[in-house]
Design a protein around this ligand. Sequence first.
Ligand code: UTP
Length: 410
Amino acid sequence: MSMTLAQAKEKLHKYGQEHVLKYYDELSAADQAALLEQIESSDMDILDSCKHQKELLERGVITPLAAMELPEIEANREAFTAAGISAIQAGKVGAVLLAGGMGTRLGSDAPKGVYNIGVTRELYIFECLVNNLMEVVRRADAWIHLFVMTSDKNHEATVKFLTEHGFFGYRPEYVHFFQQKMALAVDYAGKVYLEEKGRMASSPNGNGGWFISLKEAGLLDLIRREGIEWLNAFAVDNVLQKIADPCFIGATIRKKCVAGAKVVGKVTPDEKVGAICLEDGRPSIVEYYDMTQELMDAKDAQGKPAYHFGVILNYLFNVEELERIVAQSLPLHVVEKKIPCLNQDGEPVKPQEPNGYKFENLILDMIHQMGSCLPFEVVREKEFAPIKNKTGVDSVESARQLLEQNGVTL
Ligand code: UTP
């Protein structure tokens, strides 16, 4: 039984959101109940955050964090790989596909992973990722549990697609879905938008909530039962990335770090990727929009750019360390976005320009909670082909080119 109308009014009044009930009387009984349920379950404490954006994102003291670069990796490749393979064979490694995002820049309503990037044949983004993971499964001769995070907006479509395609050959009992949480979306005055007369506008709450959501879905029990000690979390949109890469896992273990981050050398100091660093002595990532000229010009002890390495959203986390930090809150990012909503006349509109804020937690902030982190350099042309846009930079076009360069038939 969800809250009563009186209780909903009281909650909305507390947060100055009474307008949410504007169309309540017009709704069917089922829609009324659904709206009350959404009001009850929504976190409205976050709404105030858009008024304190500056304070939310204040940074500590940034200093360099040395990466393990290619020559060192090459010199130790065999030993690292062997260590990674034995961890995989011992069942200590799991993979987490972050696929809860909306992929709005790609301009399709479907989940990003179902996008067909083939030219002469069908080749879906999900398929590329499974193929990449299968390479390691074959090499280690051991299956790796794959956890797939979806959101309210794309869960059904994702599960249906992967099931219909037989998980592209992955063993179904090694695939586990879980859903992330949603966060309300507001206009510039902090008022929650309605996306339907009986529904507040909401969007996935960012990729930083994945471990909490995985835990709430009961999957931590499976992780403990199976003895999984490491989780490799990765983005849905990098079709070239190596997943559960034995060399990366082995290097992180050998260096006695509790986390690892795959990084690439930035092409220009102001490239739009987050730079790995230390912040107040702990591993951290400076977002490209926080990169000051001073940081871009800074040099390390060898005279090389001190903040040269950018993250590619492929991280390794030690499970015990994740359990330690799970109760710690992550900073909330208030992001300007285009939010589909009802206009004054109650008709649905899809704005062409940003019209308000969404609230997100980001996985990169989890790195700052880790006791240590190994930045592990990879060759960009071999491991980084993100698909964010339809054309241009980081697009379907650029990813196709990179896939072909790496011998993938499209
Ligand atoms: P992006 O930051 O590219 O966001 O996500 P997005 O929502 O996919 O795309 P745009 O900005 O709307 O175009 C980076 C990775 O984090 C995942 C995405 O699925 C992608 O793998 N992600 C993002 C989530 O899993 N949940 C979220 O709430 C946001």
